[in-house]
Design a protein around this ligand. Structure first.
Ligand code: CDP
Length: 241
C-alpha cells in the first residue's frame, strides 16, 4: 500500500451526537495517514470559556457578552506525543478532558447556534483543511465547511444506542452520570442541532448514510475505508493496495 503518495482528499463526517463519528474519523485518518480534526471540540472549548467566565449557566447562554468576548478565545490542537492524538487547548490550557464533561455537553448546542461563534470556528476549520488529507467530523462539515469534500458520510444510530455508548464511555472515565440524563442530553442536542437557523444538522444530498446501530467498530471502519479508497481510486490512481 502506498497511500501517502496518492492524491489527498477531504472526508467530511456528519451526524447525530454520540453516534461514533469521532471513533470512525480517528481510525480512518490513522489508516490513511490523514489529519483528524474534531470540529465539535472547538464548540465545546468556546462553551467551556463561557462557563468559566459566567456567560453560561442553567442551560442559558449570555449571547451578546459571549460574542463581545470571542476575540479573547484562542483554540488550538496540539499533538500529544505519547498518545499520538491531538488535544484541545483553550487559551494555552489543555482542556481535552474538561470539554467532554456533562456541563459542557448541556450548554454546547445553544452556544453552537450563535452565528458569530460558527463564523469564527468554520473559518479556522477551513484553514486547517486547505491542504486536504483531512478527516473532519461534526454537524455541518459536508454542508457548510467543506461542501466540495470528495467523500461525505452521514452517520446515525438510534438515540438509545447512542446514549448507551456515551454512558458507557463516561462511566468508564469515572464520571458520575445517569443513563436518563445522558439520553435526555442526546435527544435535546439532536433537537437543537437539527432545528437551528444557522447550518442545521442535515444530510448533504451527496453524503453516504452509515447507520451503525448494529455495526461494530471494525465493521464501520471497513465500510468507511472502502468508500475512501474507492473515491481515491476514482481520482485516477491505481496503485493503492
Ligand atoms: O461527540 P458528540 O457527537 O456528542 O458531539 P461533538 O461532536 O463533540 O459536538 C458537540 C456539539 O457541538 C454538538 O451537539 C453541536 O451542537 C455542536 N457542533 C456543531 O454545531 N457543529 C459542528 N461542526 C460540530 C459540533
Amino acid at each position: 500500500m502506498n497511500e501517502t503518495t496518492n492524491p489527498k482528499i477531504v472526508i467530511a463526517i456528519d451526524g447525530h451526537s454520540s453516534c461514533g463519528k469521532s471513533t470512525v474519523a480517528k481510525e480512518l485518518a490513522k489508516a490513511l495517514g490523514y489529519i483528524y480534526l474534531d470540529s465539535g471540540a472547538m464548540y465545546r472549548a468556546v462553551t467551556l470559556f463561557a462557563l468559566k467566565n459566567g456567560l453560561a449557566a442553567n442551560g442559558q447562554v449570555n449571547e451578546p457578552e459571549l460574542i463581545a468576548r470571542l476575540p479573547e478565545i484562542t483554540i488550538e490542537f496540539r499533538l500529544n506525543p505519547a498518545s499520538r492524538q491531538n488535544e484541545t487547548y483553550l487559551n494555552g490550557e489543555n482542556v481535552e478532558e474538561e470539554i467532554r464533561r456533562l456541563p459542557v455537553s448541556t450548554h454546547v448546542s445553544p452556544v453552537a447556534t450563535i452565528r458569530e461563534v460558527r463564523e469564527a470556528t468554520v473559518k479556522q476549520q477551513q484553514a486547517m483543511g486547505k491542504n486536504k488529507g483531512i478527516v473532519m467530523d461534526g454537524r455541518d462539515i459536508g454542508t457548510a465547511v467543506f461542501p466540495e469534500a470528495e467523500l461525505k458520510i452521514f452517520m446515525t444510530a438510534s438515540p438509545e444506542v447512542r446514549a448507551q455508548r456515551r454512558y458507557d464511555e463516561l462511566i468508564g472515565k469515572g464520571q458520575q452520570v445517569s443513563f436518563e440524563e445522558i439520553l435526555h442530553n442526546v435527544e435535546e442536542r439532536d433537537r437543537i442541532d437539527s432545528g437551528r437557523e444557522v447550518s442545521p444538522l442535515r444530510k448533504a444530498d451527496d453524503a453516504l448514510i452509515l447507520d451503525n446501530s448494529y455495526l461494530n467498530r471494525d465493521e464501520q471502519l471497513d465500510w468507511a475505508l472502502q468508500k475512501a479508497r474507492e473515491v481515491i481510486r476514482n481520482l485516477g490512481v491505481v496503485n493503492i493496495e
